[in-house]
Design a protein around this ligand. Structure first.
Ligand code: PEP
Ligand code: MG
Length: 323
């Protein structure tokens, strides 16, 4: 089977009826690139920058970050690299920031909320990213965005840092795409409004599922509610993809769901443009996609959106796609 998959390592990802999608990888470190390339990744759909911050007992310097971003961008050549700005908080702690304990960390002071408050941390990261931008095809993505105001604040800070760098004579790429993760139901519901201002969406289903179902993604006792194929989740995904396409923008997905063999046919049918997953899942997904017709998957997706439960959806997809 693996030998079969490996034949597609240098191929594009195309359905049996010639619909093209992009299969990208999630990484946490520059060292992860080798596996992405050997598995035929068409880009990086999510570079989780938290590890830069968690590997030391202090904040990474601007130069340390610059080197890491530059090596990923150079390593991928012209292929897109979506770098997510710091997504700390929730399950990921930074002891040296000495943040106060919270009753509900997943609903608390985290990710973009923290960055907009601790602006020096955010500005340092943005400068490192902007300086690295001319070494490849950088796209910047903000995590856990709940409101348009947060997105506007974040982009305003990015613009300021860009101006300051240009004044100092630094080289910064033109036209860097700026996107957001869609991880909150509120953001998915208002995707039509966000789509007018962002360049792209990437759906973070790991969090979107937990927030939609109100089921902590780390809590075994409520894991039965963690339902990727629940029609409520699928309808949110559809809202986001449709909204982006109406504005001529693209939507990716970088949660675990993007590499799931039951979800893939549905996501194809819903029109997802980019699937970002662990590198080891790419070749299997490419093989699966090459055997499906997108037009059939559009029909399948429309059908399962009317079903009632996670299990019913899984059953129908398994039967239809011979899984
Ligand atoms: C997600 O929430 O789906 C996601 C990709 O982000 P993380 O898993 O890092 O929270
Ligand atoms: Mg997340």
């Amino acid at each position: 089977q693996k030998a079969e998959w490996a034949k597609l390592v240098n191929e594009k990802t195309v359905t049996a009826d010639h619909h093209h999608v992009e299969l990208a990888a999630n990484i946490g470190n520059p060292e992860d690139l080798a596996e992405v390339i050997s598995n035929g990744g068409e880009g990086i759909g999510l570079y989780r920058t938290e590890f830069l911050y968690m590997s030391k007992d202090r904040l990474p310097t601007e130069d340390e970050q610059f080197e890491a971003y530059k090596s990923v961008l150079q390593g991928m050549g012209n292929k897109p690299v979506v770098v997510r700005t710091l997504d700390i908080g929730g399950d990921k702690e930074l002891p040296y920031l000495k943040l106060s304990k919270e009753l509900n960390p997943f609903l608390g002071f985290r990710a973009i909320r923290l960055c907009l408050e601790e602006k020096h941390i955010f500005r340092t990261q943005l400068r490192a990213l902007l300086r690295a931008s001319s070494f490849g095809n950088l796209k910047i993505m903000f995590p856990m965005v709940a409101t348009l105001d947060e997105f506007r604040q974040a982009t305003a800070i990015l613009k300021e840092e860009k101006h300051k760098l240009l004044e100092k004579g630094a080289v910064v790429a033109e036209g860097i795409e700026i996107g957001i993760m869609v991880e909150l139901p509120s953001t998915a519901i208002l995707a039509d409004q966000f789509a007018k201002e962002v360049d792209f969406f990437s759906i973070g289903t790991n969090d979107l599922i937990q927030y939609t179902m109100a089921a902590d993604r780390m809590n075994e006792r409520v894991s039965y509610l963690y339902q990727p194929y629940n029609p409520a989740i699928l309808r949110l995904v559809k809202i986001v993809i449709d909204a982006s396409h109406r504005e001529g923008k693209w939507t990716g997905m970088c949660g675990e769901m993007a590499g799931d063999e039951i979800a893939i046919p549905l996501l194809l049918g819903l029109g997802l443009d980019e699937f970002s997953m662990s590198a080891s899942a790419i070749l299997k997904a490419r093989t699966q996609i090459s055997q499906l017709k997108q037009s059939d998957m559009v029909e399948l997706a429309n059908e399962v959106l009317q079903l009632r439960t996670n299990e019913e959806v899984a059953r129908v997809v398994r039967a239809r796609c011979h899984l």
